[in-house]
Write a protein that binds this ligand. Structure first.
Ligand code: SF4
Length: 100
């Protein structure tokens, strides 16, 4: 299996594992209520997610997949790759893509 296919299967499985009902309260998702991604989470491990980036200038808060830009000054916020969970603002993973 190619790395890309493995990545997509892991991310897809992660997305399906979280029922939409856990993401929503009265139809609105509240990022501050979300649990943190555990570094031993299978998706996190596959993406080599770390809570503190070792890559200078590359942090979750600056990533295009960090979905709530109002949280860039907060310690954590939501990531599109981890539905229903928060990542640390200073974290990083191999899917990092700088927000334009
Ligand atoms: S995709 Fe971006 S925001 Fe999500 S964990 Fe990876 S670096 Fe952080």
């Amino acid at each position: 299996m190619t790395d890309r296919r493995k990545f997509l299967s892991v991310v897809g499985a992660g997305a399906l594992a979280v029922p939409v009902s856990t993401l929503m309260k009265d139809g609105v998702a509240f990022a501050q209520d979300l649990p943190m991604v555990a570094t031993d989470d299978p998706t996190a491990a596959a993406l080599q997610y770390v809570e503190v980036s070792a890559v200078e200038g590359a942090y979750c808060k600056d990533c295009v997949l960090f979905t709530d830009v109002t949280k860039v000054e907060e310690p954590a916020g939501p990531c599109a790759l981890f539905p229903g969970k928060n990542v640390t603002a200073d974290g990083w993973c191999i899917s990092y893509a700088k927000r334009p």
